[in-house]
Structures are given as structure tokens and as C-alpha cells.
Design a protein around this ligand. Structure first.
Ligand code: R5P
Length: 278
């Protein structure tokens, strides 16, 4: 049985109801619950509105428990995946918390894409949750080939976390260092260094990362690649949040910007379903 959330309606036909009560509490209903007694694949995006989407997921999983369904959750982007380490005493590894919650709520397996803390494709067990991690790297590279009109191009990742996305294709990685948390109520550590020496004179270059969030990483990588003499530059990522107007800025700073539709955006030019259905 396939269950599809309304937030997947750009690629599949929804058959779950998600609403809000007047006070803002989440409401979920599975009209075909009686048919969900065996294997169930649940397509539900967890971003944007990650906290609400996670609560909806827990409620859907609990509803499916009523019929003992065996649930595989397909969530292309896993929120909180970047909080997998303790930086300061007194913090929590939120990535583990979310995975534990999903497992304890009856999620038998999570299928996700370019999950930040896994850093490679494959099958994993993380905080008690079985995870299948798929990479969009080959599809993003194929898309860049078209963008560069079949001309040769170099591939690079802006940090070592995304090394697995480029290494198999002979790509190199820069090294990123972040500073301390900034003051204020946004938990953010600015990039203090992005190192890497390249000679890209007159070459086409594709920069690939798992995520473009504020765009800071991509902008620093762009500076470096431009300084190395590149002729044409494409910036790509699996997940594009494009916070702080970064999409508009990136569009004017390089030749091509594109991401997958793991999170729908105006530049979601690579379709996740090609990998999810494979
Ligand atoms: C983190 O290391 C990830 O691989 C990305 O580089 C990062 O999340 C991008 O964030 P931002 O766009 O805010 O620099």
C-alpha cells in the first residue's frame, strides 16, 4: 500500500488528509486505513515546517499502528540531520533524537536522500532506526553535463562532508572550518575558513554540496573557484532551502544553479523520483 501526504502532491497523488485544528494542533486522517494491514510506503516531506511535519509523521505512524502496518517512511530530506555532534557541553545530538522517535513510533525503515550525517550511500542503523540513504550525485552530475553543453567539466565539493558525492567521479573537496556560535537567538556558526587550491583556468566547474541553506558555503566556494580562473560555474545541491534570498544572489553570481525537488524550489530541476522508484 502506498500512502502519500499532500506535501508530495507535485510528484504523487495524495491519499492522506492533513489539516489543522483551530488552535493550530495537527490533524491527520488515513481514509484507507483498513487497507494498510501489510507493507506500507509512506511518502511525506519533513521540510519546510520541519517541526509540524515531524508531529504529523508521529501521528500518522500511531494511526498505522492500529492495523499493525509495516511502515517504510520516504522523507527525501531528514531535518535535524546536521545536529549530529555535540559542539558545546549541554547540547543534544538532535539527529539521534529524531531517529529514535521515528523508530519508537513504529517506523520500520526510513528512505532518505543525501542524509547529512551518513556521508555515503547504503543501508545503516542509526539510533535504532534502519535507514536507506540514496545519493542524487549522479543525477546532478548528469544535469550539469547538459548545462555545460556536453563540454568537459571539473567537479568539486565545498567541504569534506560532501566528498562522497564527488570522489567517485574524480572530484576534489575543499576543507571547511566553522567558528564559534554567534550571539543572539539563531544557533549559527559562521564559516571561518574554506581552503582548497585549484587551477581551473578556462575550465567549466561544477560545485556540488548536499545542502544549500543560507548559501554561505556555496558563496565561499564560488569565490575560490572564480579566483582559480574558471570559465563557467554551476552550483548544485541535493537539498535547496535557499534561505536569506540566497537563490537570487547565487543566480547572479554563477552560470547555473540547480537542485533536486527533495524540497520544491524554482530551480528544482532534478527529479528525486528517478532514484526513489529505482
Ligand atoms: C554542511 O556542512 C553542509 O554540507 C552544507 O555545506 C551546509 O549545510 C550548507 O549550509 P549553508 O548554505 O548555510 O552554508
Amino acid at each position: 500500500m502506498q500512502l502519500v501526504s499532500p506535501n508530495f502532491k507535485d510528484v504523487l497523488t495524495p491519499n492522506i488528509e492533513l489539516k489543522k485544528f483551530p488552535d493550530g494542533d495537527s490533524y491527520v486522517r488515513i481514509p484507507k486505513l483498513k487497507e494498510c494491514t501489510g507493507e506500507v510506503t509512506l511518502y511525506h516531506r519533513l521540510y519546510p515546517k520541519q517541526d509540524r511535519s515531524l508531529i504529523q509523521t508521529l501521528l500518522i505512524l500511531e494511526t498505522l499502528r492500529q492495523v499493525n502496518a509495516n511502515v517504510t517512511l520516504v522523507a527525501p530530506y531528514l531535518p535535524y540531520a546536521r545536529q549530529d555532534k555535540i559542539v558545546l557541553e549541554g547540547e543534544v545530538k538532535s539527529a539521534e533524537t529524531i531517529c529514535k522517535l521515528l523508530a519508537q513510533s513504529g517506523c520500520k525503515k526510513l528512505v532518505t536522500i543525501d542524509c547529512h550525517f551518513l556521508k555515503k550511500e547504503g543501508e545503516f542503523d542509526y539510533a535504532g532506526l534502519k535507514i536507506r540513504n540514496i545519493s542524487m550525485n549522479d543525477k546532478l552530475i548528469a544535469h550539469a553535463k547538459k548545462a555545460f553543453n556536453d563540454e568537459p567539466f571539473e567537479i568539486i565539493s565545498p567541504d569534506e562532508g560532501a566528498k562522497y558525492m564527488v570522489a567517485a567521479k574524480g572530484g576534489k573537496s575543499m576543507k571547511k572550518t566553522r567558528g564559534v556560535y554567534e550571539q543572539g537567538d539563531v544557533a549559527y556558526r559562521a564559516i571561518s575558513k574554506l581552503e582548497g587550491k585549484f587551477d581551473f583556468r578556462d575550465k567549466n566547474v561544477l560545485i556540488i554540496d548536499d545542502i544549500i541553506a543560507t548559501g554561505s558555503t556555496m558563496f565561499k566556494a564560488l569565490e575560490n573557484v572564480k579566483a582559480s580562473g574558471a570559465k563557467s560555474i554551476a552550483c548544485a545541491a541535493t537539498h535547496g532551502f535557499f534561505l536569506k534570498d540566497s537563490l537570487a544572489k547565487l543566480r547572479t553570481s554563477c552560470n547555473f544553479v540547480f537542485v533536486s525537488n527533495s524540497i520544491p524550489s524554482p530551480v528544482s530541476e532534478v527529479n528525486i523520483m528517478e532514484k526513489l522508484k529505482a
